[in-house]
Design a protein around this ligand. Structure first.
Ligand SMILES: Nc1ccn([C@@H]2O[C@H](COP(=O)(O)OP(=O)(O)OP(=O)(O)O)[C@@H](O)[C@H]2O)c(=O)n1
Ligand SMILES: C[C@](O)(CO)[C@H](O)COP(=O)(O)O
Length: 230
């Protein structure tokens, strides 16, 4: 049974990959390789077995490299624009939105997310915060402390009934509201979003330090694709 069997109707994986990778500094981040595979190839491969189609938003003028089994569209100026375009490029009933920049997505997390979306219509992978949190007070000094009690760091994939997310994006666009993810747009409208426990190894490759971690993890993942032991 694939994960899509948990849901009624069709399911699409929507992968925003149109960012410029400014913080990493190596050009378009989705095409950066860890081990022998690009971040994008890894993200597509992780979701493809569980969905009816995979759509990728790419920077203008770029094409999908050979070997990536997906349909490509041109992304937008921001992640939010890229996701909105992806949403309009599919008719699937359910969408799983996943950053190309998160290459290590365990199968058990995808299955747990699909189960949560089937029950609630909106869910995201997230992880309880483990570090002490503080606002910078300026000048590199400790400002106001922030309790980490009840705080979760949001990851992807995030899953939604597509109609629900289309409405949330339309409302955000009408209000000129900019968001860093999609689950937040549902919550902004008063909708409930189920939190599904993620994994530290599902981190987003954002900085050179993240890339170094990803390079170190790739052989471990490639020895057992789809999951980590422990
Ligand atoms: N206009 C944009 C911006 C981002 N993304 C995608 O959204 C995901 C998360 O974004 P982020 O990690 O911030 O990537 P970049 O925008 O490329 O990074 P930076 O902010 O450092 O430039 C990435 O898979 C990225 O390709 C996108 O599809 N379209
Ligand atoms: C969607 C996301 O990965 C959830 O943590 C995150 O908000 C993307 O942020 P970015 O600044 O676009 O990388």
């Amino acid at each position: 049974m694939t994960g899509a069997c948990l849901l009624s109707g069709t399911t699409a994986a929507l992968i925003p990959a149109a960012g410029s990778g400014t913080r990493l500094g190596l050009g378009h981040k989705a095409f950066v390789t860890v081990g022998d595979l690009s971040l994008l190839a890894r993200s597509v491969a992780a979701l493809a077995p569980y969905v009816d189609e995979v759509l990728v938003a790419l920077p203008g003028g770029m094409e999908l490299p050979p070997g990536i089994n997906a349909r490509a569209i041109v992304g937008g100026e921001t992640r939010q624009d890229s996701v909105r375009r992806l949403l309009h490029a599919t008719v699937a009933d359910t969408v799983l939105i996943h950053d190309a920049a998160r290459p290590f997505l365990p199968a058990n997390i995808t299955l747990a997310l699909l189960e949560a979306v089937a029950e609630t219509g909106a869910a995201t992978v997230a992880l309880p915060v483990a570090d002490t949190l503080v606002h910078s007070g300026g000048g590199g000094l400790w400002g106001a402390s922030v309790s980490r009690e009840g705080l979760w760091a949001v990851q992807t994939p995030q899953g939604f009934r597509r109609e629900l997310l289309l409405r949330a994006h339309a409302q955000a666009a009408a209000d000129g509201h900019a968001a860093t993810d999609d689950a937040g747009l549902i919550a902004r409208q008063g909708g409930q979003v189920q939190l599904v426990r993620g994994d530290a190894r599902l981190f987003k490759v954002t900085t050179p330090g993240d890339l170094a971690l990803a390079q170190a993890l790739a052989p471990v993942w490639d020895a057992q694709p789809g999951g980590f032991a422990g």
